[in-house]
Design a protein around this ligand. Structure first.
Ligand SMILES: [Fe+2]
Length: 255
């Protein structure tokens, strides 16, 4: 049976995602931003919590680790690089690792930059990836701990996933991201259309995520460094991909 996925808002703009393998009767939470919202969703679905897959150590992704472990006895998986900062961690993972979640194989991708140990979880057989604060719809995470080169390499890895991969991100930042994207690529018709659609969704109080790799490749400026329109807009026609990324990221930081 297919993987069942539930995405819901936590805190103010964090998304939590629960994944459930109905055959194995297993449920995992991607990060643990808020105890109450996660417990409510689990109760609503009638699921136990068996695992937490942590992407990175930021408080708004690990805050509910210990209370949820207490309540459900779940196992917490997270990046080895940040193990000392992830409450309750049981099993560490790193890029290239694969592990079983019921009948699904989870692939770990190292995506450092936002934090030094940030990982993403990809389940190829379900065509889904959980990228937390590395990539957002039409945007990307701030480079807090790593370098722009590091963040660019991480985005480049995500960009290489199959186009149909459904991507779940850590935050609902889409509307602001669309405004920035339009400022650097105003003539991209896919972007213009998506920005309109996002406005309508947000006005109706609806989520703009998940997205797909294919859609991000068409509309996310941080994945479109090779576009002449973007390069000429920021005056970097012959710069390296990482330089273009760094310039876009610093403009977004000040936007
Ligand atoms: Fe974060």
């Amino acid at each position: 049976m297919a993987l069942v996925i539930e995405q819901f808002l936590c805190r103010t703009d964090n998304y939590c995602v629960l994944i459930h393998d109905p055959d194995a009767g297993l449920t995992a939470s991607i990060d643990a931003p808020e105890e109450k919202a996660i417990r409510t969703k689990l109760a609503e679905k009638g699921w136990q919590l068996d695992r937490i897959f942590t992407t990175h150590h930021h408080q708004d992704h690990v805050e509910a680790n210990l209370p949820l472990k207490d309540a459900y006895g779940c196992t917490i998986v997270g990046p080895a690089e940040e193990a000392d900062k992830i409450p309750g961690i049981d099993d560490t993972v790193k890029g290239g690792d694969r592990f079983a979640f019921g009948g699904f194989e989870v692939h770990v991708i190292d995506t450092p930059g936002h934090t030094l140990g940030h990982v993403s979880y990809w389940i190829p057989s379900a065509a889904v990836a959980f990228v937390a604060d590395t990539m957002f719809a039409m945007g990307c995470g701030r480079v807090f701990e790593g370098t722009p080169e590091m963040m660019w390499a991480s985005l480049d890895k995500l960009r290489a996933l199959p186009d149909q991969t459904v991507v779940y991100c850590g935050h609902e930042y889409t509307e602001a991201n669309a405004r920035f994207a339009l400022s650097v690529e105003p003539d991209n018709p896919d972007l213009v259309a998506r920005a309109e659609q996002v406005k309508r969704l947000r006005a109706a109080g609806k989520p703009t995520l998940p997205t797909t790799i294919g859609l991000e490749k068409r509309t996310n400026p941080f994945l479109r460094e090779s576009e002449p329109g973007i390069r000429s807009h920021i005056g970097l026609m012959h710069a390296s991909p990482a330089q273009v990324f760094a310039e876009l990221r610093s403009r977004k930081d000040a936007f």
